[in-house]
Design a protein around this ligand. Structure first.
Ligand SMILES: [Zn+2]
Length: 299
């Protein structure tokens, strides 16, 4: 029992480390610290919608249409992407036609290089801008999104409809929600984290108030099951809980700012301990600091 708990804690630690390191950072880690990822496994979420967990990178998903497959996110390296594709091939002979990118973080997009040539990569136009900067190698540039959109996009796969939405800046400025109306399933990328503060990437123009708005719009979809990048399937009440905790935090921080508390005092009030940035790396801002900055910056 103890062993299991330790293993869980270790996995959680590795997972949180993974979330905070870019792909480049991970490559720089000494070999002995690199974790051997669990093999990619797939499971049916509902109807034609599946989730692919394991491997390097975030949870991905796919939809098996009548003639083709639509994939959601791409894992973090070619090897894990290929493993995922091999698992998909066990379930269907249909070719992979589209990959929808939920946002531009490396653990969701760097595996694109493992996909078959000729696949159509779809993203929000802001996510494509980030990828355009990050993808410098010719093999990566071949997988820059060929199709982008701003607010919504509908796919028809035979008789099935898949809807994409962008509800404004949230985790990043280019988040996409992938909604399957028939199955009442939505993929949220990193718009949702369970059991920890959500990440808001200010360097990608993410916004905590935008995240609340986006999550409220997600709840307006007729969806019951939510797949997200780094945890188990979520329900509507998980989203409601996250909205509440974000709004509580925003209100408390606003009140402390009105009492003229400094950022350091506010961090202390929330028990936030900053990890200093490692040389050459970006300092990761806590949610408390992100909210403080959003509330105090000049509009
Ligand atoms: Zn992310």
């Amino acid at each position: 029992m103890k062993k299991v708990l330790k293993l869980c804690l270790f996995t959680a630690l590795v997972l949180s480390l993974n979330l905070h390191l870019s792909w480049g950072d991970q490559q720089k880690q000494p070999l002995q610290y690199r974790q051997e990822p669990a093999p990619v496994t797939t499971h049916q979420v509902k109807g034609h919608v599946y989730e692919a967990k394991g491997g390097s990178g975030a949870n991905c998903g796919f939809f098996i249409g009548e003639e083709e497959v639509l994939v959601i996110d791409a894992k973090m390296n070619a090897e894990s992407a290929k493993q995922m594709i091999a698992e998909i091939k066990k379930l269907t002979p249909h070719p992979l036609k589209y990959v929808i990118i939920t946002h531009s973080d490396g653990d969701h997009v760097n595996g694109l290089v493992g996909f078959p040539e000729g696949i159509t990569v779809v993203a929000h136009h802001e996510a494509r801008k980030d990828m355009d900067q990050a993808f410098q190698e010719p093999d990566q540039r071949a997988f820059l999104p060929q199709l982008t959109f701003s607010e919504k996009l509908k796919f028809y796969l035979g008789n099935k409809v898949v809807k994409l939405f962008h509800f404004g800046p949230a985790h990043t400025s280019g988040d996409v929600v992938v909604y399957f109306p028939e199955e009442k399933v939505a993929f949220l990328g990193d718009l949702l984290f369970l059991g920890r503060d959500p990440l808001v990437h200010r360097h990608k123009k993410g916004c905590s108030f935008g995240l609340v708005k986006t999550l409220k719009k997600v709840l307006k979809l007729d969806a019951e099951t939510f797949v997200h990048g780094h945890g188990n399937l979520a329900s509507r009440s998980d989203i409601e809980d996250l909205i509440k905790s974000l709004e509580d935090k925003q209100a408390k921080i606003k009140a402390l700012i009105e009492e003229e508390k400094s950022l350091d005092e506010i961090k202390q009030a929330f028990g936030v301990e900053d990890r200093p940035a490692q040389p050459g790396r970006r300092r990761w801002l806590s949610l408390v600091e992100v909210i403080y900055l959003e509330l105090t910056e000049k509009k």
